[in-house]
Design a protein around this ligand. Sequence first.
Ligand code: MIC
Ligand code: SF4
Length: 645
Amino acid sequence: MGALNVAEKILLANAAGGLTELPEAGQSLEIQFTHTLYQDATGTAAALAFEKMGKDRVETTSVIVVDHKTLQVGFIDGDDHRYLEDFSKRYGCWFSRSGNGICHSVFLEDFAEPGRSVIGSDSHTTNAGGMGMLAMGAGGTDVSFAMAGKSYKITMPEVVQVNLTGDLPAGVLANDVILNVLKTVGIKGNKDICLEYTGPGVASLALTDRATVTNMGTEAGVVFSIFPSDEVTKAYLESRGRGDAWQDMVADEGASYARTVEIDLRSLVPTIALYPRLKSMEPVTDRVGMKIDAVFIGSCTNATYANLARVGEVLRGKRVKVDTAIAPGSQAIARQLSAAGYMEIFYAAGVRVMENACSACIGQGFSPPTDGVMLSTANRNFAGRSGTESAHVHLVSPVTAAASALAGELVDPTQAADGDFSFRDVPAVVDRAAYIAPLPLDEAKKVDPRYGPNIKSLPTLDSLPGKLEGEVLLKLGPEVTTDLIQPAGKYLALRSNADEYAKQATFVQADDTFSARAVVHRDAGGHGFLVAGDGYGMGSSREHAGLCPRILGVRAIVAQGFERIHLANLANFGILAFTFAVPGDYEKVGQGAKLSLDTSGLESGEAKMIVDGGTEIPVKLAQGVDDLPMIRAGGALSYFASQAA
Ligand code: MIC
Ligand code: SF4
């Protein structure tokens, strides 16, 4: 091959079967991941799936982190965590307990390596792309297959170059960079591209700032984002006591890209992503004076030492005017902040220091009041995600959040704050003893994972009928997020009990009669259909957004477009996904319409849907034809069990 860019190098290095040449963009490519990551909200279902695979031990460096459901009110979360700890010991994983930190933060600190690859059951696994690692999110079942040593199929993406020039002005942070990238590339329709950051501006970004950028690349729906591995990467790894893991990885001279997005860092200004999605990104100056009720500074995107130290400089000697919480990304970060005197600054400023966990990012505490306005440094602000349906959450950088907390209203930090924003990563607190390391095989075999009353094994799903006949149970608009399909917040506790999660939460915000109607339809022998606009399934990797509708009898979804991870999750649970051959036909199918569809000839990639016994609507299979055997078998677990037999 000729000159390679970093994305091509990393794909080649991690391709299954020792490929010497990459396929053309659009062709399929199998990746053999070296690392896997589970967190506790998606991890129990994924672990239950792994246990069905009949393996004695994981084949990747596998890390399990408890970070989402750390409130542990009642027995449910505690049982999940005990199960994950037992599972981890039984199958040879690294285990990180509640309080150690957010999965992406601790993975970056102690496990990520340039040149290698990770697939995680959380969409922001892309965080490790800042380290020059091939880092992707996927549904838990796919992650479990990777842990069992199976390769994972992706579509060879087009590599889009994001060329950074200049240095960031004071008070403009990595969060502002990625919001501006999202503004340029959009938040949907990017499922077959990856973003590679290049140019002289790269060197000016701290390693954790790079991770902020790749973390939030997920919100564009890209497959992954990647930075080169350079001296900054090396210094960070050395500060974590892992200098040996460093390798140099930069694009070859003359490497080419599908297209280039130019970003002059000097031209960027503090930016706000307005509620309810990352659709309207505006300069903070356009909204200065907006009244706010609360400020949350945390999440895997921004709760880094570099950022929280910047926040400390803004808050030094001052006092916040609104309810403000800071949740450090990890215990190492919290200890570093403490050693540098920043914890004292936070407390003296009247800030609540929360647990090193996902926390308010996913509605686990600190929900805003009714109709409240919150500034947050998280990466998502989908409706209801904060736990308060009527609240408006706007996304900003940590220094915009801190300066606004002091003012009690939105302010431009470049004008209002006088702190020193120029922090770099510094030698860090390293504590490997915080993890439970993989046990030797003979000891591991003695561990018997303990379940709890709320941990239910995954349902066995029946095979695809030759003809689907049933009703459109719900007609939805565009950009249906996984939070709308299968909300988190107070329902997170039900992640290990899919039947109950389906009954109580599926589409509850869109139509609270949905699950009851779907069950009646299913029990009468109907096959449920959903109809939606484009961008269906954007957001999280949570596979319950496929599994739970399937439990309620949904067998096919017809939309104007789908997002990548969710499309794979639908196939894993035996749900067919179609797009309209004629996009305008979306208007011709209403909620309650009776549909039928012959599934026997789907290998052509096309089918006809009959509406109300008359109108024919041509549809196209959105999944790959090679996914059909799995979908026909009822899903991934049934299919691979039948293959192994
Ligand atoms: C999220 O940020 O939406 C989550 C919660 O971390 C999810 C995973 C989940 O639903 O558990 C994600 O990003 O994939
Ligand atoms: Fe946790 Fe929020 Fe990051 Fe998801 S986006 S992993 S909920 S901190």
